[in-house]
Design a binder for this molecule. Structure first.
Ligand SMILES: [Zn+2]
Ligand SMILES: [Zn+2]
Length: 263
């Protein structure tokens, strides 16, 4: 499996992806908003884009479908329940469905509601797993729930699926919000040295070669994965004095999500 992360450079800070089979050169494009950059990268690599996958229905993820499919004839894959919100789906995906790219690549569809209720993450079946997380899990952050989502569902997705992934799982999110998210982590947890060290690097990084985090790093720098951290809970109590002495992780997650909305 070969992964190309494509930095769009747009105002929304989208990342697009090509996932290719090294043997056949067939490729799947994930959320190819910047269809020109995706087509150009595929051409440079000698790849043929045969499938397009939308992680969810928001326009900054689906807006390149028409042009890219017109240019390649690729099939469109998205959540089975997105049929009414994403035109032209050829294959509706459910949890556990396997997407093959060429001869060597297998990706598993995870049904990951929360940011929207029709959100798919892709998990590669590779020695080092890779998660294409759309707007569900960001580097050092979590997706918002303003446009068709539900925070409780997002918490369930984090707790039941994402938090179960092994430490070496690589994270490929739908946007670059790393520096901003690290600043929120430090607002919540001023003593987090990992986040402080990474913030310097994040502010100066070349997004053509962006840092690719893994679950081990997310567990250290992502507040939404540190729900039982005593410092996070103590600081949260300053904003929410009624917080129980030992709050359950769902409560901590929901309060953090609430603070992040207005931060
Ligand atoms: Zn979105
Ligand atoms: Zn988005």
């Amino acid at each position: 499996m070969i992964v190309e992360q494509i930095w769009t450079g747009n105002a929304y800070r989208n990342f697009n992806y090509l996932i290719a089979c090294g043997e056949t050169g067939e490729a799947l494009a994930v959320d190819p908003l910047d269809h020109e950059k995706c087509l150009g990268r595929a051409r440079d690599r000698g790849w043929e884009i045969t499938q397009v996958l939308n992680t969810h229905e928001h326009l900054d993820h689906t807006g390149g479908n028409g042009a890219l499919i017109a240019a390649t004839g690729a099939r469109l894959l998205a959540h089975v329940n997105a049929k009414n919100s994403i035109p032209g789906i050829d294959r509706g995906l459910q949890a556990g469905d396997v997407i093959r790219v060429g001869k060597t690549v297998e990706l598993e569809a995870l049904d990951t509601p929360g940011h929207t209720m029709c959100h798919i993450c892709l998990l590669s079946h590779t020695d080092t797993p890779a998660l294409f997380s759309g707007d569900t899990l960001f580097n050092a952050g979590a997706g918002n729930c303003h446009n068709g989502g539900h925070p409780r569902q997002l918490y369930a997705t984090f707790a039941e699926q994402l938090a179960q992934l092994p430490d070496n799982t690589l994270i490929y999110p739908g946007h670059d919000y790393l520096a901003n998210n690290l600043a929120f982590t430090l607002d919540r947890e001023p003593g987090n040295e990992d986040a402080a060290a990474l913030l310097e690097q994040a502010r100066n990084q070349d997004l053509q070669h962006a840092l690719v985090s893994d679950m081990a790093l997310e567990r250290r720098i992502n507040t939404f994965m540190r729900l039982d951290n005593p410092g996070v809970i103590a600081r949260l109590r300053e904003a929410f004095p009624d917080l129980p002495q030992v709050p359950d992780p769902a409560t901590v997650f929901l309060k953090l999500r609430e603070l992040r909305n207005s931060w």
